[in-house]
Structure formats: C-alpha cells, structure tokens
Design a binder for this molecule. Structure first.
Ligand code: S3P
Length: 176
C-alpha cells in the first residue's frame, strides 16, 4: 500500500480519462483525490466554459497555475490535471519536481470518439474537431512525454489501468 507523502499527478489529453482513473486510483491506494478543473471551478465560483467566455484562456491558465501549485504542495494525494496544464509556463517542471507524473496516453482516434459531441471544452470550440485535436495533440505531445511514466489506455478497462499504475508506483517508490 502506498503510505508516504508522494503525490501522483495524472497528465494527458482531454478525454484520456484522467479524472475517472484518478478517482479509481486514489480509492485503490486510499489516498485523497483532487481534480484541478473542479478546484478551479470552486475557486472561480463558476464553470470552466464560463471562465473562458468571460475572462479568456490567459485568465484560466493563471488560475490553473495557481490551483495546481497549491495542490502539488499537499502530501500523498492523487491529482488529475487539465489537458493543457503541461503547456502552462513552468507548471510541468514544478509538477515533475514535486510529484510522480504519469501520462495517460490515448490515441487521437480514441480521443476523437470520446470528444465527439462534447460541449464543455472551450479549447475545442473553434473549427473542425478533428483538425483542432490534431493541432493540440501535436503541440502537447512533447510535453506529455516528459512525464515520469506513460501508460497506454486504449482498449483497457479502468481497473487494469489502475493496476498498471500501482505496479509502476511500487516499482519506483517501493511502498508496498
Ligand atoms: C483544457 C482541458 C480541460 C480544461 C480546460 C482546458 C485543455 O480539462 O482544463 O477546458 O487546454 O486541454 P480536461 O483535460 O479534463 O478536459
């Protein structure tokens, strides 16, 4: 069982399953779970689409930066991040230095299937969905690949992804 103070940070593209897996992983490891997007909405007192609509992306990124810098200073928690957190200034470096960062990788095809019909992701509001995903995926992939580990999620059940992550953590931190 994980019992020390290491934070587990999940990064990855929109639709990769960070929140679902984060929640299940936290439960499996008896750790607290924090979702940065939910925390941002709490702090702002409104929804993410509304933050983008009213204040724009820059403002959202500032909130995201602040919220994640606070969360990473907690101890022994699982944190799921928003898909763009890795491109938010020095945030990724901070997460990498204070947590164990795991990239949940999903193929572009899987992401497209999952995000079709989505209407709560302002970064995908403009233009053709497939082109937009491709554009963001290419720009972000080099950042995601800086994670300590990458776990492929295509076609896998939540349980098996969670067990894969648990094995990586045990390997890395030896916390059994
Ligand atoms: C964003 C991803 C979203 C949310 C915001 C911006 C992005 O989180 O943080 O809409 O830039 O990729 P999810 O990855 O949980 O959808």
């Amino acid at each position: 069982m994980v019992s020390n103070t290491t934070n587990i940070v999940l990064v990855g593209f929109m639709g990769a399953g960070k929140s679902t897996i984060g929640k299940a992983l936290a439960k499996r490891l008896s750790m607290d779970f924090w979702d940065s997007d939910s925390r941002i909405e709490e702090v702002a007192g409104t929804s993410i689409p509304d933050i983008f609509r009213t204040h724009g992306e820059k403002y959202f990124r500032r909130l995201e930066y602040r919220v994640l810098c606070d969360l990473i200073n907690l101890q022994g928690v699982v944190i799921s991040t928003g898909g763009g957190a890795v491109t938010n200034g020095t945030l990724l470096d901070n997460l990498l230095s204070k947590g164990l960062v795991i990239h949940l990788e999903a193929s572009k095809e899987t992401i497209l299937q999952r995000l079709k019909g989505t209407n709560n992701r302002p970064m995908l509001d403009h233009g053709d969905l497939e082109v937009r995903i491709d554009e963001l995926y290419r720009a972000r992939y080099p950042e995601y690949s800086k994670a300590h580990y990458t776990v492929k999620t295509d076609g896998k059940e939540v349980e098996s992804i969670v067990e894969e992550i648990v094995a990586l953590i045990d390997d890395r931190i030896g916390l059994k």
